[in-house]
Design a protein around this ligand. Structure first.
Ligand SMILES: [Zn+2]
Ligand SMILES: [Zn+2]
Length: 336
């Protein structure tokens, strides 16, 4: 309950002539009526108020004078002196005292966390479990008699209750329902002018150069964007290139087909399909993953995890990035 507050402009008058109407057990008194020569008067008034309040209630708390806006240095100093006096006086009289001028750096000081070696015991709440605390308190001393057990178990466990399922939790479920895709894989869009459709590899399981297989979980087409994709060669089962793009698969592969046509020697995909006995018709592609990636870095890290999974840095067409194999061991449990 918030304590009743008496605005104490005239402390003695209030107390002498108009006693508070409420059953006051906790009074917070304050004033901003302080000026030159008023300190002694106010002190006297507070003393009188304290004397009158004491027989009536045992719980009185005085609040420190609040800083007065636009008060000159003289008046501020006077306030500080009155506060210092009040602090001492409250201590002497056994009154509570609220500090309002606590220095900022004092308030901002870090209080070190208390550490203990109590293990939390988390149990789902049930009224029948109420005696648990009692049982722990009763039996812990027995466990503590054994020095080995005492060392291993620490102090008595902190019992904390987990909320049991209520009607709402039983009736509703905020987990997204998992739809099993009946037709996963990448499929031709069949648009009349699409240049990519003939290159689409529509299997639902992709097998990499080192026979590692990956099951595609969703359905994609030439127009899916924000993806990790694979380029494979109809002639070489061990050739695989993993790439990423924010564009559609069609835009990305068309750009790579242009590179191949122009025989870019610095591009590994272009080099592969310009080898002897190869042509653009040998290129097949599919999407491995589509996610709401928000940055190139996110896509690249997902791309890297596929490169490591299929080992395309050593075996496949991603050899231009083979310096990344140094990091291979850093990603032993990359989840795809
Ligand atoms: Zn298409
Ligand atoms: Zn090939």
């Amino acid at each position: 309950m918030k304590p009743p507050v008496l605005h104490l402009k005239e402390p003695s008058a209030l107390c002498l002539n108009r006693p508070p109407q409420f059953d006051s057990r906790h009074i917070q008194a304050f004033t901003n009526d302080v000026g030159r020569g008023r300190r002694e008067v106010l002190e006297a008034k507070f003393r009188l108020l304290g004397k009158r309040l004491k027989p009536r209630t045992s719980m009185v708390a005085f609040s420190e004078m609040l800083p007065v806006l636009r008060a000159g240095p003289g008046r501020q100093a006077e306030l500080q002196r009155l506060n210092a006096w009040m602090r001492g006086w409250c201590r002497e009289e056994g009154f509570g005292f609220f500090r309002n001028w606590e220095p900022r750096n004092h308030l901002l000081q870090d209080t070190p966390k208390k550490t203990n070696n109590r293990t939390p015991l988390v149990i789902t709440y049930s009224p029948q479990l109420k005696p648990v605390q009692h049982i722990i308190n009763k039996l812990q001393p027995i466990l503590e008699q054994d020095t080995k057990l005492q060392k291993a178990l620490g102090d008595r466990p902190i019992v904390s209750y987990r909320q049991p399922p209520n009607l709402k939790m039983i009736l509703t479920n905020n987990h997204r329902t998992y739809h099993t895709n009946t037709n996963p894989g990448t499929f031709p869009c069949n648009k009349p002018r699409c240049q990519l459709c003939p290159h689409i590899h529509s299997a639902d399981t992709i097998i990499g150069p080192n026979q590692v297989s990956y099951k595609i979980k969703n359905t994609y087409s030439c127009a899916s964007r924000n993806i990790i994709y694979a380029i494979m060669c109809r002639k070489c089962p061990s050739a695989m290139y993993i790439g990423q793009t924010s564009q559609t698969l069609r835009q990305r592969i068309n750009a790579q087909k242009t590179d191949i046509r122009q025989d870019h020697k610095e591009k590994t995909v272009s080099c592969h399909f310009n080898q002897k006995g190869h042509s653009l018709n040998d290129l097949t592609t599919c999407i491995l993953l589509q996610r709401p990636f928000t940055s190139a870095l996110e896509r690249e890290s997902s791309e890297l995890s596929f490169m490591l999974k299929f080992d395309t840095l050593r075996e496949g067409i991603n050899t231009h990035s083979n310096y990344l194999t140094h990091y291979q061991d850093s990603f032993p449990s990359y989840h795809l």
